[in-house]
Design a protein around this ligand. Structure first.
Ligand code: AMP
Ligand code: TRP
Length: 325
């Protein structure tokens, strides 16, 4: 079975990205043929400062390696280093309809019908479909918010196969059950997110132990005497219990019973998070300290990816009737 997933280089990797995505990928790589990509071409659907884009890509790639993705085990690559992605996206765009792209809720949210919205933001889901179909991925681990894009990917793959002959594997989404939604530590009714971050509400995997301690100890809970796991009525404490559960493996309701003070729960959670994240932070810093080596690892990843992507692109072009040079 082949697994592929992608993450955008927009801001540091936060606890939601880590628990909801990256940590699962680290696990996946040992069980499946795995491809992971930094989708930098997706990042330019909104205005990007070039120097910041470079920095964000290096940082994200280093964080993925620091989190335990192993370039010897899986293929870890930067999307823009493979021209196969925009090339296949064009072929797919010419099979997708305006209507189906217009229904994508993420476009509606981000675009808000403004005239200055980039055309690339509109066609973004087709580029995502190309990312997936180029590698003939069977399974795509993504968060809830990406389900609609995966549906489109499946529709485009089936339509292409039907019209031009079997070319693409039709992928299945894989939505993680544990920590599918890590909430903001200050506003637990909304998702932890780079776009709406409050300074204390978002925990980065590269935060130092003192920062983790500060953010967890100031996390919003409630004024009840005891911890109870009830995401609806007690979102703050339940979010902490879910995070604790994700890093310890214990059930959130059981964890709630174990603690009669929020103070001890928070300090034990801090210790568990530091134990999980401190090695990630240190390894990430090591990778970032040697940019030449980091770029070499990236290039090797791109070379490995190109073997598969090139073959699929050729197959798709030939199926459509293009004369491949
Ligand atoms: P994004 O940062 O939105 O590009 O997301 C990258 C990956 O992290 C995707 O698989 C998301 O579904 C996942 N993710 C983002 N925010 C959260 C969150 N608060 N909780 C769980 N997973 C998340
Ligand atoms: N659209 C995804 C997001 O915003 C990122 C992404 C791009 C992706 N290409 C992908 C995810 C391919 C999985 C597979 O999170």
């Amino acid at each position: 079975m082949r697994v592929l997933s992608g993450i955008q280089p927009t801001g540091h990797v936060h606890l939601g990205n880590y628990l909801g995505a990256v940590r699962g990928w680290v696990e996946d790589q040992h069980h499946h043929d795995s491809f992971f990509t930094v989708v930098d071409l997706h990042a330019i659907t909104i205005d990007q400062n070039p120097a910041e884009l470079t920095k964000a890509v290096l940082e994200l790639y280093a964080t993925l390696l620091g989190s335990g993705l192993d370039p010897e085990v899986s293929t870890i690559f930067v999307q823009s280093q493979l021209d196969e992605h925009p090339a296949l996206a064009w072929l797919l765009e010419c099979t997708a309809t305006y209507g189906e792209l217009h229904r994508m809720t993420q476009f509606k949210d981000k675009g808000k019908g403004s005239e200055s919205v980039r055309a690339g933001l509109f066609t973004y889901p087709v580029l995502m479909a190309a990312d997936i179909l180029l590698y003939q991925a069977d399974r795509v681990p993504v968060g809830e918010d990406q389900k609609q894009h995966l549906e489109l990917t499946r529709d485009l793959a089936m339509r292409f196969n039907h019209r031009f002959g079997r070319t693409f594997v039709v992928p299945e989404p894989a939505i993680p059950k544990v920590a599918a939604r890590v909430m903001d530590l200050q506003a637990p009714e909304r998702k932890m997110s780079k776009s709406q971050a409050t300074p204390l509400g978002i925990l980065y995997v590269t935060d130092k132990p003192e920062e983790i301690k500060k953010k967890i100890s100031r996390a919003v809970t409630d004024t009840e005497a005891r911890a109870v796991y009830d995401p609806e009525k007690r979102p703050g404490i339940s979010n902490l219990l879910e995070i604790f559960s994700a890093v310890s493996g214990a059930d959130p309701a059981e964890l709630a019973e174990r603690y009669n003070s929020y103070g001890t729960l928070k300090s034990d959670l801090t210790a568990a998070l530091v134990a999980e994240l401190e090695p990630v932070r240190l390894r990430t810093e090591e990778y970032l300290a040697d940019r030449g080596e980091l770029v070499r690892i990236m290039r090797k990843g791109a070379e490995k990816a190109r073997i598969v992507a090139g073959e699929t692109l050729t197959k798709a072009k030939e199926a459509m009737g293009f004369i491949v040079a």
